[in-house]
Design a protein around this ligand. Structure first.
Ligand code: CAA
Length: 253
């Protein structure tokens, strides 16, 4: 692919947006290539966890491609937003663990891509933001929805209204980032985490994701009801039988 690299290292897939000349901005081609790869990875039973990162020293992804957006009509703007949203839903709902390795700027669509992942690990040099206000638009790839869910409405409004960037430390403090690493350590640490998570059952992780994602939009009672059904389904899985058997046998021995 011209703009997105893919490697498989055992049970871990690494997807790298590779358009450093535009700070890995998401143009139509990148969106299409990412979509194709997400489908490929979703269908590969050997892959258990997925790392998404950006090529080069400077950026994870600096947003949607501004050149491509500058002349859009309202209808085309809506279509562009829906296209990106559909891709990010697909990322969010993969039945595998997804980790954003945020190696630099994660702005606009870049921050939104990172938020569509399950976990975000950042280089100490990373910068996050939703600068769309400075372009006369609002976030369009899920940012107005996922950011308040992740960091709370007050902080999300402040970031979206001001367009200000925040560094890795602040992103960690507000819960946008799970952990910060030295830039030169980031990929090795993220791979370590991804490998560890790849050892868990994908089916059970899929159940947990489904309960979390579906439940967050429900009232507590409906969410708990959903959880009970997902919990029940775990008992049809060999991971439950093996996991509990191993625990009990260890106790006996
Ligand atoms: N789209 C298109 N090209 C981009 C880009 C983007 N989002 N971000 C950077 N680039 C390009 C620049 O145009 C430049 O290309 P040229 O060399 O051909 O001029 C190249 O990448 C390097 O960028 P800069 O020279 O600007 O680098 P810098 O170090 O001076 O600044 C930056 C870095 C602060 C990240 C700056 O590039 C920037 O502000 N980028 C735009 C960030 C942004 O506004 N993102 C939101 C986009 S809108 C969006 O994402 C909407 C949505 O939700 C769907």
């Amino acid at each position: 692919m011209a703009n997105v690299d893919f490697v498989k290292e055992g049970a871990v897939a690494i997807i790298t947006v590779n358009r450093p000349q535009a700070l890995n901005a998401l143009n139509e081609e990148v969106i299409n290539e990412l979509d194709e790869l997400i489908t490929k990875v979703s269908c590969d039973p050997e892959i258990k966890s997925v790392i998404i990162t950006g090529a080069g020293e400077k950026a994870f992804v600096a947003g949607a491609d501004i050149k491509e957006m500058s002349e859009l009509t309202p209808e085309e703007g809506m279509a562009l937003s829906e296209r990106g949203q559909a891709l990010f839903y697909k990322v969010e709902n993969m039945k595998k663990v997804t980790i954003a390795a945020v190696n630099g700027f994660a702005l606009g669509g870049g921050c939104e891509l990172a938020m569509a992942c399950d976990i975000r690990y950042a280089s100490a040099k990373a910068k996050f933001g939703q600068p769309e206000i400075n372009l006369g638009i609002i976030p369009g790839y899920g940012g107005t929805q996922r950011l308040p869910r992740l960091i709370g409405m007050g902080r999300a409004k402040e970031l979206i209204f001001s367009g200000d960037m925040i560094g890795a430390e602040e992103a960690y403090r507000v819960g946008l980032v799970n952990q910060i690493y030295a830039p030169e350590e980031l990929m090795a640490k993220v791979k370590e985490k991804a490998e560890k998570l790849a050892g868990k059952s994908s089916e059970i992780i899929g159940q947990a994701k489904s309960a979390i994602h579906n439940g967050i939009d429900m009232d507590l009672a409906s969410g708990c009801n959903y959880e009970a059904r997902a919990f029940g389904l775990c008992f049809a899985n060999k991971a439950q039988k093996e996991g509990m058997k191993a625990f009990l046998e260890k106790k006996k021995g």
